[in-house]
Write a protein that binds this ligand. Structure first.
Ligand SMILES: [Zn+2]
Length: 457
């Protein structure tokens, strides 16, 4: 049976993965040790890619979803995609560049409705969460996001018929677009991403709802690690070898941490070589707290006064990368991943970012979002600096692409905010949402499908 444990990256204590919704080690909660991520440990050491399962559940052996998967058919679940680059590779003089493309690209039969890998995050986090409530009611999802995670939760909860409460900074509302109408409760916060997170935390406390924990959520990270698993282990798209380097743009860096967790699993498998993939994280200057803390050799983020942080956040083009509290210092977090992988952090200016987007479009034939362009430019910098060699195998993760095609192709529906509030305006939110609607036990049992071995039922 596909069971799993959650292992504390600081003290090594292990918890039954199916034994209740857990984000932290007991010893962290009691103050016996500092902050740490819990990392899933799976029964199966060698992955069997299950091509018969939908979406990322092809990698179910290494997802913290136990024996469960979701299938909202006839709606579909998006899948990771990886291909070998020719255009960009030639321009940069790279012999072995692969691109993991998480977006919308019909020409290549790529159909991520929400156009980013946050779709994989949500596919896994829904069963990760709901499996803890089998046989009883579960609280509804309450999500704070700069837009892409919100849009992905909106898509998946809509097709599964689940209630959803979204907290989104006003600047992220433009990302809440789907090809059909949806009706989640949306609180638009007149502040930045961090303000949205803080307000969602407060409301969850008052209404006794569970926050999904963001980067602390092993389900979310597990879903995103499918990008790395696909690029290496997929029977046709995968290289069957671990990469020398992985490049991604980061805000909370949960995707880059997830990629590293995927690397650990692939190393443990034994069939994909023993290359320790160097993880490269890129941010959009002037708001680049991860880059700054890493460059200065800090144990944790350099504190930035709120006003200064707001000013910097407002000055970046890739708004989804502006998490003010990414997990830099916690065990298993950003600093550990960069150090253990011998990785690097990069910062990319707005000007460079536009250049990267244009270059990618002309060489690879698809429009990409500003965050993805940050990753492209970080790779360019690494090539120029001699940080990567022409013969190195490189995985460049482009998450967020195909917006222009999707928007010009068919219907686009914008999710409307239920209310707009100032940061910290708890009273207005409570007055508007009333008593949040729980998810019934019956609903949960209908959503969670079981698989056993390779059998679907
Ligand atoms: Zn611990």
């Amino acid at each position: 049976m596909a069971s799993f444990l959650l292992r504390c990256t600081r003290c090594g204590k292990q918890y039954d993965g199916g034994g209740g919704f857990r984000l932290r080690c007991d010893d962290e909660v009691s103050g016996d040790h500092g902050p740490a991520l819990l990392r899933p440990v799976y029964e199966r050491k060698q992955i069997q890619v299950r091509m018969e399962l939908p979406g990322i559940f092809k990698f179910a052996d290494w997802l913290p979803t136990g024996p469960y998967y979701i299938d909202p058919a006839p709606a579909h679940l998006g899948e990771p995609y990886c291909y070998r680059s020719t255009g960009l590779a030639r321009r940069l003089g790279l012999e072995n560049l692969h691109i993991a493309f998480s977006g919308y690209w019909p020409e290549r039969k790529l159909n991520l409705v929400t156009r980013t890998f946050k779709e994989f995050e949500v596919q896994a986090s829904i069963p990760f969460f709901l499996q803890s409530f089998l046989g009883r009611e579960a609280p509804p999802f309450i999500i704070a996001s700069a837009g892409n995670t919100a849009n992905s939760y909106n898509y998946h909860t809509h097709v599964l018929g689940l209630p959803l409460y979204l907290f989104v900074p006003e600047s992220g509302l433009g990302n809440l677009l789907l090809p059909f109408e949806t009706h989640p409760v949306i609180v638009a916060v007149e502040g930045d991403y961090t303000d949205a997170i803080l307000l969602a935390d407060e409301i969850a406390d008052r209404c006794e709802l569970l926050r999904d924990g963001g980067v602390l959520n092993a389900g979310r990270r597990g879903g995103m690690s499918a990008v790395m698993l696909n690029a290496v282990a997929h029977p046709t798209q995968g290289t069957q070898r671990l990469f020398d380097h992985y490049f991604q743009a980061v805000g909370s860096a949960s995707g880059a941490i997830a990629a590293w967790e995927g690397v650990q699993l692939l190393l443990g498998d034994g069939r994909f070589g023993d290359t320790v993939t160097q993880i490269h994280m890129a941010q959009n200057a002037p708001f680049a707290p991860i880059f700054k803390a890493w460059k200065e050799g800090r144990k944790d983020l350099v504190p930035v006064p709120a006003e200064e942080a707001h000013r910097q956040v407002a000055a970046v083009t890739a708004g989804v990368l502006t998490n003010r509290k990414p997990p830099f210092g916690p065990a298993g977090g950003i600093r550990d991943v960069l150090a253990e992988s011998n990785g690097a952090a990069w910062e990319v200016s707005n000007e460079q970012l536009f250049h990267g987007a244009r270059m990618f479009r002309s060489l690879e034939g698809i429009d990409i979002g500003p965050a993805a362009a940050v990753a492209v430019q970080a790779l360019c910098q690494a090539v120029e600096a001699g940080r990567v060699n022409p013969s190195d195998s490189i995985l460049l993760h482009i998450t967020g692409g195909g917006r222009e095609i999707q928007y010009t192709e068919g219907k686009v529906c914008r999710a409307r905010p239920t209310l707009r509030v100032k940061p910290g305006d708890i009273a207005s939110v409570l007055a508007a949402i009333g008593k949040p609607e729980p998810i019934s036990a019956e609903r949960i049992s209908r959503i969670l499908h079981r698989y056993d071995g390779a059998t679907r039922h």
